[in-house]
Design a protein around this ligand. Structure first.
Ligand code: MG
Length: 157
């Protein structure tokens, strides 16, 4: 078995949809990035790549590449998990935390887990997503951005 971690941060801006865990969540702002800026899925990709010893998301899907402009990050997760599978590994489980002052993410938790699981064609009970505020502290607390961390455990097929 091998373990990997992922961490990501994106800025929140007006005029962008908020996409988290592959779900579009009603909110006054969205995350800014080259792709859809799905901070949770990016952290999940990095955790998987780290576990498999395959560098990081920027290595495989560089934000300088026009092919990834506004890409739905769930597609990056699908491709990332393909790379993991090619190395002979399967996801055992993944646990992630999203740091966001608002909106409330609990109502979307199951849909995010199911969407991410579907991208990897694994059972949704292998994915756990949590959310927390930072009690108003720091940039996340001020609503300037969101962060996510993820740990993934993979094992030989
Ligand atoms: Mg990112």
């Amino acid at each position: 078995m091998r373990i990997g971690t992922g961490y990501d941060v994106h800025r929140l801006v007006a005029g962008r949809p908020l996409v988290l865990g592959g779900i579009t969540i009603p909110f006054e702002k969205g995350l800014l990035g080259h792709s859809d800026a799905d901070v949770l899925v990016h952290a999940a990709c990095d955790a998987l790549l780290g576990a498999a010893g395959l560098a990081d998301i920027g290595h495989h899907f560089p934000d300088s590449d026009a092919r990834y402009k506004n890409i739905y990050s769930i597609e990056l997760l699908r491709r990332t998990y393909e790379l993991v599978r090619e190395r002979g590994y399967l996801l055992i489980n993944m646990d992630a935390t999203v740091f966001a002052q608002a909106p409330k993410l609990a109502p979307h938790r199951e849909a995010m887990q199911q969407t991410m699981a579907r991208a990897m064609q694994v059972s949704a009970d292998r994915i756990n997503i949590k959310a927390t505020t930072t009690e108003g502290l720091g940039e996340v607390g001020a609503g300037e951005g969101m962060a996510a961390m993820c740990v993934a455990l993979i094992g030989k097929q």
